[in-house]
Design a protein around this ligand. Structure first.
Ligand SMILES: Nc1ncnc2c1ncn2[C@@H]1O[C@H](COP(=O)(O)OP(=O)(O)O)[C@@H](O)[C@H]1O
Ligand SMILES: [Mg+2]
Length: 392
């Protein structure tokens, strides 16, 4: 097939479709076409769609290299296995993002078995589910979730095996092992006689996870989860307040503890009496108080929406969880623990509140007051917690 090149603009990035063979005879034409499309469609990012690219020779690779020099942000997508091998062999996969062509799946007739914040989960066959992400969810996020699941699995944590990233119509999906299981929230609500047994397991799983230390720089820093949601803040907060929020995040001591990042009863499943974690996209490394502050936040303020429990019930579960996690917290440590907990919960909550259409000035101000506390006190509190609660 002779070479064909066409371009379209979408979301401020230029997608260029390259079809056919690129060799020394057709490379000059590819170069001319690509650079004239870039000139006509100025954009930060260029995506080369290689779905119908059959072959690329070194002359074609040189054109891509030249494009990379001209445009820092380039990505090659939908690459066949044969062409991917060429990119890999020549080191291009280390210089830019190159994504393989994804397998297409249809979910027609498949039963939806779950729904969360980023998409819907379908039972694909008796052993597999497909988590189908909303169309606006970016590939980077999806790949991160898949990679994090794999890391957690290789660290020996109980979680579903993750398979391929696939395409489902216009959306992306990830295939996972199907777990015939109920979530921990329904198990607790439907089997009160087993509540303590499962909450103890829930706390013990968190402790097991929090004993895993990662090498520095292996995973995303946990505190970045707060920064990644800051975009929404300008609607309610002044530039100075946003700067202050940003600097608060640095008060959390650096740690390399593995944390789940979204640990709550709907992201823990009960299979044959054992707990398994799912929804691993926020796996990161950081201080375990980040995780505990977020768990506290989901129980104290997002209980109905996130866990599906009344606040009263969720707080009862939280107290038991804490008891199993720490045992008795010494009386002289408790004030520090409670201050840091409330503070992290406020840091966690603030960006979400700024996004919510139901927020009011009064509510935002009250949560800002919980976040903007005496920083010297917070530093002292962390020192106490590190000496007394997290020394092992
Ligand atoms: N591997 C799995 N096996 C069985 N059910 C699952 C699996 N993964 C997810 N689910 C179901 O789908 C729901 C949403 O999945 P989750 O990964 O938590 O999505 P979100 O990131 O949108 O919260 C879960 O609460 C659970 O009921
Ligand atoms: Mg979830």
């Amino acid at each position: 097939m002779s070479l064909q090149v066409s371009g379209t603009m979408k979301n401020n990035s230029l997608t260029i479709k390259v079809e056919g063979r690129v060799d020394s005879a057709s490379a000059p034409e590819l170069e001319k076409e690509i650079f004239s499309l870039c000139e006509q469609n100025p954009s930060e990012k260029v995506i080369l769609d290689a779905e119908k690219l059959d072959y690329i020779s070194s002359a074609g690779l040189r054109v891509i290299l030249k494009l990379k020099k001209a445009k820092k942000d380039i990505e090659v997508i939908n690459v066949s296995n044969d062409v991917f091998e060429i990119f890999e062999m020549t080191g291009f996969t280390e210089m830019m993002t190159i994504r393989r062509r994804l397998r297409q799946f249809s979910i027609e007739g498949c039963k939806m078995i779950g729904q969360g914040g980023v998409g819907k989960v379908y039972r694909y066959d008796p052993e597999t589910i497909i988590k189908v992400y909303r169309p606006e969810i970016q590939m980077d996020y999806i790949e991160r979730e898949r990679a994090c699941s794999k890391i957690a699995f290789t660290r020996g944590l109980p979680t579903a095996i993750a398979f391929d990233v696939v395409r489902v119509g216009d959306c992306y999906g990830v295939m996972y092992e199907l777990m015939e299981a109920d979530n921990l929230a329904s198990t607790i609500l439907n089997h009160p006689e087993e509540e303590d047994y499962y909450i103890e397991k829930y706390a013990s799983l968190a402790r097991t996870m929090h004993h895993i230390q990662e090498k520095p720089g292996t995973l995303h820093p946990a505190s970045e989860m707060f920064r990644s949601t800051m975009g929404s803040m300008s609607k309610w907060m002044t530039e100075e307040e946003i700067r202050r929020y940003d600097s608060l995040i640095d008060l959390i001591p650096q740690r390399n503890t593995l944390i789940h990042g979204d640990y709550h009863e709907k992201n823990v499943l009960v299979r044959s009496g054992e707990l398994e974690m799912i929804d691993m996209g926020d796996i990161s490394q950081g201080h375990p108080m980040i995780e505990l502050g977020c768990v506290y936040c989901s129980h104290s303020v997002f209980s109905e929406r996130v866990i599906g429990m009344s606040r009263e019930k969720a707080m009862e579960v939280w107290k038991k969880f804490c008891g199993y996690y720490f045992g008795e917290i010494p009386a002289d440590v408790k004030p520090s623990f409670e201050r840091v907990l409330t503070w992290i919960a406020a840091i966690r909550r603030l960006p979400f509140l700024c996004m919510s259409p139901l927020s009011t000035r009064e509510l935002i101000d009250s949560v800002m007051a919980e976040a903007f506390v005496d920083v010297e006190q917070i530093k002292k509190d962390f020192d106490i917690l590190d000496q007394k609660l997290f020394q092992d």
